[in-house]
Design a protein around this ligand. Structure first.
Ligand code: PMV
Length: 321
């Protein structure tokens, strides 16, 4: 096969990855735990052809020269530097580069498509490690449901720890800006490691947060997962804020969404927030609360639209039609 199409869903970390222990190999400094979404998706089609000479990338119907280098490097990692040139076409049903984990979905899908197109058929953990080289969070999108990523010796281990059926959490994303973020997470986390006075304590407490979240998932203990996830998110943003220059992704709308979620919690609604490298707020809730959470966020000042989603599958090759 010289052509293949794969689909991957973005994932949202509840216990965050922020910081690299090896910049060259893009290995994370900390363990992380995430949920893979269902409704948001990126499709990536890769076609190798000896004739074209140079790699080409099309993202959502437009040429994307700025993103091409990262894509070419990822293809080299999967297929070797002596591979034929590739034509890559990517299509997402949500805003990209805006803190909605678009790179996680994109690189997970790219690695799976490139592997199939080059006839390798590697196993899931090998593909996850290859995706992690391009974007640390992409390794988690190889798996569905609730996913744990742990550092192990010279590499990472990634595992599904609950299927979507075992704990059908719902996520409502409050989109507050559609545009691309000013600073990519890769550069921002290198800056944090070099300059934030809080970085060392962020690293040292991550194991405890990860274990608490892991136990909460095992026991389906929503209140405990909520408490540790919000705490972990706020710590990550404290590290960002205290970097020099400061890395601040929040806007007025981000804070308004947090206030909405605090109010829902005050009314006894099982929901919590998490925020990544962007101004969007992700609300995680139990299924019975999804409608109330969605309408409260949709009515919040500065929210452009909401994207509700259950938990979904890991990255996979799509059958050709
Ligand atoms: O994988 P990257 O380089 O997109 O970094 C992801 C960083 C966060 O989204 C902020 C946290 C995470 O664990 O996904």
């Amino acid at each position: 096969m010289t052509q293949a199409t794969a689909e991957a869903q973005p994932n949202i970390a509840l216990i965050k990855y922020w910081g690299k222990r090896d910049v060259e190999r893009n290995l994370p400094a900390v363990d992380s735990l995430s949920v893979t979404l269902r409704s948001l998706r990126t499709r990536m089609s890769v076609e190798f052809s000896a004739e074209s000479g140079i790699d080409q990338l099309q993202v959502n119907d437009a040429q994307a020269p700025a993103l091409l280098r990262r894509v070419s490097t990822c293809l080299d990692t999967v297929c070797g530097r002596d591979r034929p040139a590739a034509r890559v076409v990517s299509d997402s049903n949500f805003p990209i580069g805006a803190g909605l984990a678009s790179s996680a979905a994109a690189f997970a899908a790219l690695v799976v498509a490139a592997d199939a197109a080059s006839g390798h058929a590697r196993d899931c953990i090998t593909l996850a490690r290859l995706a992690g080289r391009a974007s640390g969070s992409a390794a988690r999108s190889l798996y569905g449901g609730i996913v744990a990523l742990r550092n192990s010796a010279a590499n990472i281990d990634v595992k599904q720890i609950a299927t979507p059926e075992e704990w059908p959490l719902e996520v409502v994303i409050a989109v507050t800006e559609e545009g691309a973020k000013p600073l990519g997470s890769g550069d921002a986390m290198i800056r944090s490691a070099a300059t934030s006075p809080f970085y060392a304590s962020w690293l040292s407490a991550q194991g405890t947060d990860f274990d608490t979240a892991r136990t909460a998932v095992r026991n389906r203990d929503f209140a405990s997962l909520a408490a540790v996830s919000e705490h972990n998110c706020l710590k990550m943003h404290s590290v960002m804020w205290t970097s020099r220059p400061a890395v601040v992704y929040w806007t007025r709308a981000t804070l308004a969404c947090m206030e909405t979620i605090r109010k829902l919690q005050g009314d006894g609604v099982p929901v919590f927030f998490t925020i990544d490298a962007g101004p969007q707020v992700k609300a995680v809730c139990l299924p019975e609360a999804a409608e109330a959470v969605n309408s409260a966020l949709a009515e919040t000042a500065g929210v452009l639209r909401t994207l509700p989603s259950g938990l979904g599958p890991g990255a996979r090759v799509l059958a050709e039609t």
